[in-house]
Design a protein around this ligand. Structure first.
Ligand code: 5RP
Length: 218
């Protein structure tokens, strides 16, 4: 079975968490795209969505699924998003698609974060996937030097601008033994907007697509 088919299985299993009349937080990426397409088949059942990126917004709107401003709604019952890596504590590395800041905001504003992925995303130790860090453009070199001090090898994602008008450093060479500690350390560097570790506040549920079906990891 291909990774894409496994992503689709995970997305389908996440539909079970959708409650009638709810506003749903929507992440970004190829796995979430499957979830958006499935939402299109039950759009009369939900109130609408909060989107984490211009790309997801475009896809939602093409399916006539309402997209609301986060400031216009209260606490969101459910957030569904993919991941680049998850450890067994459901701590994640996200941001391969560059949408990490809005993703982290919506995850924080949601009661339950259901993460969907193909089985290859589950790892013992985070860090093989380069950790994305969104930075204010003028601070990029300063932040990069601080990241080197922390043992990482930052690489500027050239030609990429986030939906917030910022830049991304992808940090290679990390074997992240204390994800929550590193998340806090990176957040404390002036110029860092967000880093892609979702460890202080991990996912609540991880659904992995496998050749045998969708496996839910709590
Ligand atoms: C985007 C993300 C995505 O969730 C992550 O990159 C996984 O993407 P995909 O579902 O395409 O494998 O964090 O910023």
């Amino acid at each position: 079975m291909s990774p894409n088919e496994m992503k689709k299985l995970a997305a389908k299993a996440a539909l079970e968490y959708v409650e009638p009349g709810a506003v749903i937080g929507i992440g970004t990426g190829s796995t979430v795209n499957h979830f958006i397409d499935l939402l299109g088949t039950i759009k009369g059942k939900i109130d609408g969505t909060i989107s984490s990126s211009e790309t997801s917004t475009e896809r939602l709107k093409a399916l006539n699924i309402p997209v609301y401003d986060l400031n216009a709604v209260g606490e969101i019952p459910l957030y569904v998003d993919g991941t680049d890596e998850s450890n067994h504590y459901l701590q994640l590395i996200k941001g391969g698609g560059g949408a990490l800041t809005r993703e982290k905001i919506i995850a924080a504003a949601s009661r339950k974060f259901v993460c969907i992925a193909d089985q290859s995303k589950l790892v013992d130790v985070l860090g093989e996937f380069p950790l994305p860090v969104e930075v204010i453009p003028m601070a990029r070199s300063h932040v990069a030097r601080q990241i080197v001090r922390l043992g990482g090898e930052p690489v500027y994602r050239e030609g990429f601008v986030t939906d917030n008008g910022n830049q991304i450093l992808d940090v290679h060479g990390l074997s992240i033994m204390e994800p929550a500690k590193l998340e806090g350390q990176l957040n404390n560097i002036p110029g860092v907007v967000t880093n892609g570790l979702f460890a202080i506040d991990p996912a609540d549920v991880l659904i992995l697509g496998t050749p045998e079906g969708a496996n839910t990891v709590y």
